[in-house]
Design a protein around this ligand. Structure first.
Ligand code: NAD
Ligand code: ZN
Length: 364
């Protein structure tokens, strides 16, 4: 399947997403046309390189000389400026210029860091993405948000730059640890909650097939999530309105990531964040108990946390939210689910009311 995100600009540009079981094989051919004579510099998560590097070279992914493959450790704490500088210097020393392009191979950390670097390297060079985690395949590789974290919070430095092409092959998911599969499923559940009830039912009924990484089941969730995200991004590339719905669960989620020093993973925090948003919605009379229960139940099936550890104080969460860039003005601002497949934007929740919600979920 191919999904095009048509974007503005003169001339208008398009971000192309290729999804399928044969995409890994198709990379050399697709790149040849898209690079248009640029030399490619590959930025790989070193853990992914050790699993998939040999295969990529055997498939003929274009690497002409040493220095064109750059490896880095890509854990969440590595999503910082120091990694950007390290990679930029490797690029300079390898001879990359304005006529080069970056290809990111790895999960969301690699994609966010390499995408950020591409957007500022010599004032910007094209970027291609080869996402290898489910989370990156259903979410982070699409839509052009790039960035790194600061100790003060997630993604506080970043840019918008659409990848020229994204190559999504579910084959990569074969080597993904279960814990990481779960992180991706959290973003799939988010997509379904935002706007795809059919996807929601599929996930409810097919968790075994997905867990076994059956290609058809994986393709189904990847395609549905990519379609939903690409439609939203196409309508609002720079997040001035509609795109904000994609932040469902992320307001509390980012606060939990920060407050646990990234011990809790992104997808897990988003799951807890979605439950918090749904609980708030239910308390305000906007969501029925049955839908809140369905959300908690689907998260539990996947082993996602639906309660907040008592060691995290509700006031600390509220403070962290206030320092996050997703804030609008002084009052808390939320994307709230109202039923499976529909969310609304809600501003004007006071801190006290929200603290009660957090405490009801276990926060101290
Ligand atoms: N830019 C966006 O729009 C956007 C959207 C959602 C999330 N994100 C960001 O994405 C990041 C999370 O991404 P992630 O969950 O992919 O994390 P990640 O990149 O840290 O990858 C998770 C782990 O999986 C390993 N891995 C990757 N591919 C593998 C494979 N095929 N087989 C075995 N192991 C593999 C990695 O080495 C790593 O240890 C967060 O920083 C989050 O903020 C960005
Ligand atoms: Zn996310």
């Amino acid at each position: 399947m191919k999904v095009d995100i048509a974007l503005g600009g003169t001339p208008p540009h398009v971000s192309e997403i290729f999804i399928g079981e044969d995409v890994m094989e198709a990379v050399p051919g697709a790149l040849e046309g898209a690079l248009g004579g640029r030399s490619a510099y590959w930025i790989w998560d070193e853990a992914v390189w050790s699993l998939w590097g040999r295969k990529a070279l055997d498939l003929g992914w274009p690497v002409q000389r040493e220095g064109q493959v750059i490896l880095f450790t890509a854990t969440e704490p590595d999503k910082r400026l120091a990694s950007v500088e390290f990679l930029a210097r490797r690029l300079v020393n390898a001879g990359a210029g304005r006529d080069s392009a970056i290809i990111a191979v790895g999960g969301g950390v690699t994609g966010d860091v390499a995408g950020f670097l591409a957007s500022i390297y010599m004032r910007g060079i094209p970027c291609f993405q080869v996402p290898t985690t489910l989370l990156a395949q259903v979410d982070s590789s699409i839509g052009g948000k790039t960035g790194v974290d600061l100790p003060e919070g997630k993604n506080l430095l970043g840019t918008f730059q659409q990848p020229k092409q994204v190559y999504i092959d579910p084959g990569f998911i074969a080597t993904l640890p279960d814990e990481e599969l779960r992180q991706g499923m959290s973003e799939v559940i988010k997509s379904a909650m935002i706007g795809d009830e059919v996807l929601w039912k599929f996930v409810e009924n097919s968790s075994d097939a997905i867990r076994k990484r059956e290609p058809d089941a994986l393709l189904r969730v990847i395609c549905a999530s990519c379609l939903l995200k690409s439609r939203i991004v196409q309508a609002d590339e720079k997040e001035s309105g509609r795109r904000r719905v994609l932040n469902l669960g992320h307001t509390v989620g980012h606060a939990l990531e920060k407050l646990t020093g990234f011990r809790l993973k992104h997808g897990d925090c988003v799951a807890t964040g979605m439950v918090a948003a749904a609980t708030l919605s239910h308390r305000l009379g906007k969501m029925q108990a049955e839908d809140l229960e369905r959300l908690e139940s689907i998260c539990r099936t996947w082993g996602m946390p639906v309660r907040i550890p008592a060691s995290i104080g509700s006031q600390a969460i509220v403070d962290a939210i206030h320092s996050d860039k997703k804030r609008i003005g002084e009052k808390l601002h939320f994307i709230m689910p109202v039923r499976i497949g529909k969310v609304i934007e809600f501003t004007g929740i006071d801190d006290g009311e929200f603290s009660k919600v957090l405490k009801s979920l276990g926060a101290g």
